[in-house]
Write a protein that binds this ligand. Sequence first.
Ligand code: F6P
Length: 743
Amino acid sequence: MRLSLRFVLPLLLALGAFAWAAVPLVDAWMTRWYLRDLDTRSTFVAKAVQEPLDDLLSSGSSTRISGYFNRLTDDERIYAVGLCTGRNAAVIGSNAFPAEIKCSDLASAFSKERTIATPHGPLHVSIRSTPVESVPGATVILVHDMAFLASRTEESRRYLFYFFLALSASVALITVVIAQISWRGWVAGLRALLHGEGILRTSAKATAPELKPIERDVSALLRDLERVYRPFDERQQRWTQETLRATLRGELRGNHIIVVANREPYIHVRTPDGIRIQHPASGLVTALEPVMRACSGTWIAHGSGSADRETVDRDDRVDVPPENPTYRVRRIWLTAEEEAGYYAGFANEGLWPLCHNAYVRPNFRKTDWDYYRLVNARFADAVVHEANGDDPVVLVQDYHFALLPRMIRERRPKATVITFWHIPWPNPEAFAICPWRSELLHGLLGSSILGFHTQFHCNNFLDTVDRLVEARVDRETFTVSHGGEDTVVHRYPISIEWPPAALAATPSIPESREAVRVRLGLPRDHKLGVGIERLDYTKGIIERFRAVQRLLELDPKWVGNFTFVQIAAPSRSSIESYRGYNERVHAVAKEINAQFAGAARPPIILLPTHHEPEAVYEYHRAADLCFVSSLHDGMNLVAKEFIAARDDEQGVLILSQFAGASRELPEALIVNPYDADQCAVALRIALAMPVDEQRDRMRLMRNIIREFNVYRWAGCMLLDAATMQQRRRFEADNGSKAMLVAG
Ligand code: F6P
């Protein structure tokens, strides 16, 4: 307040002084302006009366002239009018004509204009000669009432007063606000400097309530980074297959690892040429398969291949990889009804759209839910059967198995269950629409560790538990205590193996460029973009095509010189929303190619078939750019595969801001897939990007993925699990002693 007064009082005084000096000036200016106005009017009136006066004077009747003048004084500002026909003549005037004005005085006292004081008030006199024919030298005298001026001046003063009042109030208000803001900021900055803090750093005490969630995220991120970097810094190790294996042997006493995932890493399919192995298009498999090659153990999955039954032993197991087996796959058989209810129905028509912001409505059906429970129980049986001891380490994968962690815990209380949710976790309002929300959360809270790709999804999960379950949520340690059990919720950003195994079998970059262009019928120097994924509505394939269309409309030089090749592996085609999406993708590709039908080469080539990893890497190596435009994605490993494929450090990645990978890869061109114009600009930038810039960006991104590879992802989870096991053993051995000391 004092501060405000210090600014405002001098300001008000200055404005007051200014107003005080301004009033006489305005008075004088008003008077001058009014008199000039009167004189101009007088000249007009004198001219206007010339003709009627001529007639009246020739009639010789002064009474008629006075009558005429009386009529003229109907104008409220003309007080009186008179006429002098000669120096010694009497004035012929209107009724109110002032007696003190005489014809004999005109030449001396009234040269032309003058203001005189009368008992009536001040009057202004104007004299105009009027050349009437009958009386040469006749003069018209116009007398104006000056009272009008007084009232006008008074009115102007009043306006002036209000104007200054409003001006003072506005200026004072603005000054106070600016002064307060800059004073506080300046004082805070000075204090921060005196305390040795950076200007941007605020103390915890000063955190505004609306900034608390950000503060919480940043602290969690710092803790996370510290945790991720600690093992690396302490051991100076780069995570590889070997370090992961050593971690397992050392920290987890060589525990047998069990992975549970719906999708199997090797699918045996019957073809006209015999049984062949197919590697599914799945981020989960891409990430976990190398981990299992390093760790050994058992991967329990749905046996979905047409020749799967023919290739297992009596216990439904098959050793893989076929060329050099290091672990085994245990296949679970599902009937068509079970698969439709658990996989297509509850998992992919319910949970998948529930967790992705792609504006596809989730469908929940009781029959699907029943199958989901039944299949989870079937997998729980398999886990118990495959486990060597009573404390196995089980890695439960994804939204197909939300109930499984609890089922395992109930049957093997000493098991370490690490659950990883590969897709986003929605906010509590969105999640709450699921009719079986409590059962799902209760199931997941059977996990020892629950992992998500991003901190944001961890936060969403804790918020959901906080809102929907009777549990204690500790946001310091990110732990949920529920029914006497603790679940640690952590961020583990998934990645790919480094270097990818498939790369070894892929031709060199020049060979890949050549082979792909020949296959697609494109010239050698033709610019090529790629998109590679399952045909899924969350991937933004249509948005990507629209961006290509926009590019060609905005920059026609690329018509016929740039082609986007989209590999779209068929996926979940028993589900209506996927079939509809498939049709729309085909229709949009056709529409855009028709729009540019005159071009030498089509803008879009759609390859809606499954491609094996070597073929995928070949396309990555052949392309000038890769476009990942997911509308919502937990991580997206295609982006990371493109980077891993480019050992020439060339090529540009365009990446959706809604894919988890965008947090780790800021050197990509980050776009909003809903904004076609922005994406078109990104395509244009990518196509024109100098090789040096491509190298700088690619080098940074390759360094990130080399360090933060999938061995680190699995290693961090296993190290956390090991710490948890050790703590549990210590508590079991020393619990009573520790309690005695505490007591
Ligand atoms: O990445 C999410 C995910 O659902 C994986 O869990 C799954 O393996 C992949 O997509 C492919 O989906 P699907 O197994 O249904 O073909």
